[in-house]
Design a protein around this ligand. Sequence first.
Ligand code: PLP
Length: 394
Amino acid sequence: MITPNRHYAELKDSYLFYHIAQKTKAYLASHPEAYLYRLGIGDATRPLCPAVIQALHEAVEDQADITRFHGYMPETGAPFLRTAIAEQYRSRSVDIEDDEVFVSSGASDELGDILDLFDRSSSALVIEPAYPAYVDANVIAGRRIVHLSSGRENGFLPDPPENKHADLLYICSPNNPTGAVFGREQLKKWVDYANAHEAVILFDAAYEAFIEDTEVPRSIFELEGAKTCAIEICSLSKTAGFTGTRLGYTVIPRKLIRDGMSFNEMWIRNRTTKTNGVSYIIQKGGAAVFTSEGQLQIRENIQYYKENARILMKALDKTETWYCGGKNAPYIWLKCPDGMDSWTFFDTLLNEVQVVGTPGAGFGKCGEGYFRFSTFGSREDTAEAARRLESLLG
Ligand code: PLP
């Protein structure tokens, strides 16, 4: 009999969004006339921008013409897109070469696949509360996980643990779920720790486009020493509304070497073995994001979400509720009122003001007592939810 990967049995039930869906369904069944204000899910709601739509249409036409038709694309990404992405870094004075950029189908795929580069005996450090995929992907691979709690005392931005070693270090900034962002000095401590421990940072920059403070790093490669210890995983999902279109990119510097092995070269080998590249049409659409027109248009959508954040933050300020995030991130992370646990607060919001959010307990133990609001909803729903929150918490 074939032996299954028994580590699947060690996974905790992915009960968070399932449980939320069950509770909202039950509420609607008993209140069929009710309308719910959903600030739970982190999915884009603004459509793709016109520059992307036009590029997608043109690419479809290319596929209909024998002289412009494209078959298999290079496994590491189309040169036109790798160059456009690398140029975007270079325009911000981050010196990235075209061949250090790998096009992907999104950050989730990469966060799972990239683990092929590391031995299963290596340990993975996860700063919690955390995006659940970091822990789950490593549980499936049978890796030892070092949980590092963060909290209000350090603004959910902990320093590296000087007395602990880990090989793979997950850093998500701007963070999902807390919305916290690492400043330059704090991030430099992690870079120094990683180099000293010969570890590798997996820097999840899925929300970098939401950073508005100019002194906050948008890429880990803005920091000296990062090229010898970090991989950056990025996505157009939230930057440009590609959650359903699927496109991302990963940067692996050529200087990233452990035990004489180049991770950049290993990833080329991995991609040529395990993928046949991302669709030509989608890559053409993605390249339009990096044109000056595309950049202006995606900014408009990001500003829309940011205005939602401002509306919610204003309500929380008025009610003197503690929160972080919202400014440089599309998530707001707040302390539940009156010492409530996060599922009790979920029920209170649902039953009393018909607002749906995400209980912090779903992101790790230290998320208990906190709650996440997403700012990806519609303006009307967000504004009404803010009014209702103000009346409940005020
Ligand atoms: N990383 C973080 C922190 C996320 O929140 C998400 C999606 O919500 C992803 C990665 C996955 O992004 P993608 O849509 O590119 O797979």
